[in-house]
Design a protein around this ligand. Structure first.
Ligand SMILES: [Zn+2]
Length: 389
């Protein structure tokens, strides 16, 4: 990249850029970067990446594939009729519980993943949890630190939601000073609840049905904004074009409305009715290799259509944005293996009319056919126009 190339989004200087903007977000295992995006645009795009990777339905797959935290996810305990803090592991459809103390009236339930606890030894596991939570509550009482209080605005559909203390860490990651989260629904008296936790003593009965592994309908709470998801995707589309073509040809002059849309979400918003998450049909037709993302950019009629399929075809999004053809090619196919720079790019001059792609925003069973999850819907707020200084 020659020195002095201007930012493809705002036209500003990129002279101070070191690492550059990830062509596809780092949170998705993206490794290749573009130096032709200025630090300021790069920084402002992080809110788009966050919405896409840790709040949208894609975040559920990210959590399962890469183990990072994302959407709130709950399991359901039949015995007590309560929703529990859980996470989804790779290769498992049923959610696995985080170790947690649930304050059920005068009763305090210690719930955890049986298999994890048994691998450590039930008593050692419970003792370690007990010590950590005692330290954390002590710290809160003396320094008002060590507990994160999270009031949940939308409870799960299934089960009651009594206050619970948990830490989203597996045993291997437990350490002194670990912070606990207290999630609750109704207003609570913090002092009282902390004292209830301090009174708790682990009693391990081997016959206890502490876990409810095998529940096949975990529920996810997703609250995301469609327009931010679409902007994130248009940005990925422009990044990919700048990567496969040339940043001197892909910029705010050649793609005026798409670059503005990525930056501000004001002009040229793709219609959420026919842009969005793709259905299981498109996913199976994508033939995306395992452990890779696949992107198809097709030009037709002043529009680029990006179909982005993630993690071996487990979930995908389609978005269209205006712009010129630029080269002789009308189709680019990019395969980007997760956490690898070993990308392949396929180009074609032939326009092949493809079947229309249907999109949707609110049926996880069609969006993520590999994982049955209940779903709470999305916020359909459109961002306020941000004024330029
Ligand atoms: Zn810029």
């Amino acid at each position: 990249m020659p020195v002095g190339v201007n930012c493809i989004y705002c036209g500003g200087s990129t002279s101070g850029v070191r690492r550059g903007e990830h062509v596809i977000p780092e949170a998705l295992g993206g490794t290749r970067t573009l130096r032709c995006v200025c630090g300021s645009c790069n920084g402002e795009f992080s809110v788009l990446d966050k919405e896409l990777c840790s709040r949208s339905p894609l975040s559920i797959v990210v959590q399962q594939e890469l183990g990072t935290e994302s959407a709130m996810l709950w399991d359901y305990n039949e015995e007590y009729g309560i929703a529990l803090e859980a996470r989804i592991l790779r290769g498992f459809l049923a959610p696995v519980l985080w170790p947690q103390l649930v304050l059920l009236g005068p009763k305090t339930l210690f719930l955890f993943d049986q298999e994890e606890a048994e691998s450590v030894g039930l008593e050692d596991y419970a003792k370690a949890f007990y010590n950590l939570i005692q330290r954390s509550t002590e710290k809160w009482l003396t320094q008002s630190k060590g507990i994160i209080w999270e009031r949940i605005r939308q409870p799960p559909i299934r089960g009651r939601f009594p206050p619970r203390f948990f830490s989203p860490h597996e045993y291997a990651d437990w350490k002194r000073g670990m912070t606990f989260i207290c999630r609750y629904l109704d207003p609570i008296e913090r002092e009282q609840i902390v004292h209830a936790v301090r009174r708790w003593k682990p009693v391990i009965r081997r016959s206890t049905k502490a876990t409810s592994l095998g529940v096949l309908d975990p529920e996810a709470l997703l609250s995301f904004q469609q327009d931010l998801i679409l902007r994130a995707l248009v940005k990925i589309g422009l990044n990919l074009l700048a990567y496969v073509i040339s940043p001197t040809d892909v910029n705010s002059t050649t793609f005026p409305s798409a670059t503005k849309y990525a930056r501000w979400g004001t002009t040229g918003m793709p219609n959420p009715e026919n842009n969005g998450f793709v259905t299981d049909h498109t996913l199976s037709e994508s033939h995306c290799p395992t452990d890779a993302h696949k992107f198809e950019l097709v030009y037709s009629n002043q529009l680029w259509r990006l179909v982005a399929v993630f993690f071996g075809g487990r979930i995908g999004i389609c978005v269209r944005f205006p712009g010129p053809q630029i080269t002789e090619y009308v189709r680019y196919g990019i395969v980007a293996p997760v956490k690898s720079k070993d990308w392949t790019v396929e180009k074609s001059e032939v326009y092949l009319p493809s079947r229309p792609i249907s999109t949707l925003w609110d049926d996880l069973s069609v969006m993520i056919p590999s994982m049955p999850i209940r779903y709470r819907g999305s916020e359909k707020r459109v961002e306020q126009r941000r004024l330029r200084k």
